[in-house]
Design a binder for this molecule. Structure first.
Ligand code: NAD
Length: 333
């Protein structure tokens, strides 16, 4: 007999319907605990109280350019997020939005606060400075009745949480080293992810990467044979582990290799946590993701696990900002 308490179905929205948003729709399709009712892109949104169908939504987006064309549930809008919040009844949203400019996600959080909406928000933000902006909204989120789970993708997210667990064997943490390998068949499937990764390359920043035309991005990828090698990235895993009391942020490093022309991972994604045990031994725990798991699986799975965990907190009246290193994700059936 199951000892887990029965809860009513959780209605879920997805903001942003690019690479991660579409993968999120596919991840949600077989779930019985979550029902996917709402989604928005830059030009429109779709809402159906009884549940949206992934194939039809993806077809409308890919063939016509927006969810707004989905018949009969779509609406075109230049303020799709605002309009969807006003129209839809949703318990929790996954924010699969680009964070360009770097203040965008905090601006979306503020939009939710100002709207009077209450529920759970989950993001897969990457940059430390972006999470710092959300920290400034802590009190307002609490007062608004919003439980906001930040940094809940793969890295930050799954790997940061794994580091928080691995740290428990040690009396002192010396280093947390995250190395990721991502393989995607073409960069157009994950435009924001690739643009934001380019911003970490020497000689680039977010403004420069944001201003690049698509042909400039293609020319850059031609020069590197489709490979982006990233070192010492500004990644929020550091502030999340610091906030969780695990180690100072300067002991956390993140880097990786992205192949934009081959779905095979160029290296195995892993996190190495080195520390000293109470007996004085120095050791390293390594957690390695299976090579067959895609970026989409490792981002969307945790995002909805944290959404379910956020719903549990919200139902107990616990609001405000939490990170993936602070709360255990729940497994979604
Ligand atoms: P994408 O470019 O494929 O899609 C972005 C979507 O957002 C599009 O549908 C676009 O129409 C929509 N959008 C843009 N502006 C909007 C607006 N104002 N209102 C409504 N919709 C809007 O993006 P992606 O590659 O799926 O990446 C999404 C985000 O996920 C990026 O910020 C990326 O860095 C992040 N990400 C995080 C992790 C992690 O492990 N934490 C991993 C991969 C990607």
């Amino acid at each position: 007999m199951s000892v887990e308490k029965k809860t009513s179905k959780i209605s879920v929205g997805v903001l942003g319907f690019g690479g991660l948003g579409q993968a999120a729709a596919r991840v949600l399709a077989p779930k019985s605990e979550l029902v996917w009712v709402a989604a928005a892109d830059q030009k429109g949104y779709a809402y159906c109280d009884a549940g949206l169908e992934a194939d039809a939504c993806i077809a409308a987006y890919q063939q016509k350019g927006s969810l707004g064309y989905l018949d009969p549930y779509g609406s075109l809008s230049s303020e799709s997020i605002k309009d969807l919040i006003a129209k839809a009844s949703v318990d929790g949203y996954f924010l699969a939005l680009p964070n360009l400019p770097n203040t965008f996600m905090a601006a979306v959080a503020r939009q939710f606060i100002d709207s009077g909406w209450q529920g759970v928000l989950v993001d897969a933000l990457k940059r430390t400075s972006a999470v710092e902006q959300l920290l400034e909204l802590q009190e307002e989120l609490q007062q608004a009745g919003i439980t906001y789970m930040t940094g809940c993708g793969a890295t930050p997210g799954l790997l940061t949480a794994a580091a928080a667990i691995a740290a428990q064997s040690y009396a002192e943490i010396h280093s947390v080293k995250i190395t990721f390998g991502v393989g995607i068949a073409n960069w157009e499937a994950y435009r924001a992810t690739i643009r934001e990764d380019i911003a970490h390359l020497p000689g680039y920043n977010l403004e420069k990467a944001r201003a690049m035309s698509e042909s400039e991005i293609e020319a850059l990828l031609d020069r590197t044979n489709g490979i982006l090698s990233l070192k010492n990235m500004e990644h929020a895993d550091d502030i999340m582990l610091e906030l969780a009391g695990i180690c100072p942020r300067d002991r956390v490093t993140v880097g990786g290799v992205v192949d934009t022309r081959n779905p095979k991972k160029p290296l195995s994604t892993n996190v190495k946590v080195t520390g000293r045990t109470f007996e004085g031994k120095i050791s390293t725990h390594t957690f390695t993701l299976g090579d067959e798991t895609s970026m989409a699986a490792n981002v969307c799975g945790p995002a909805f696990g944290y959404l379910k965990a956020g719903i549990k907190l919200h139902r107990r009246g616990i609001y405000g900002l939490f990170t993936a290193a602070e709360v255990m994700p729940s497994f979604v059936k």
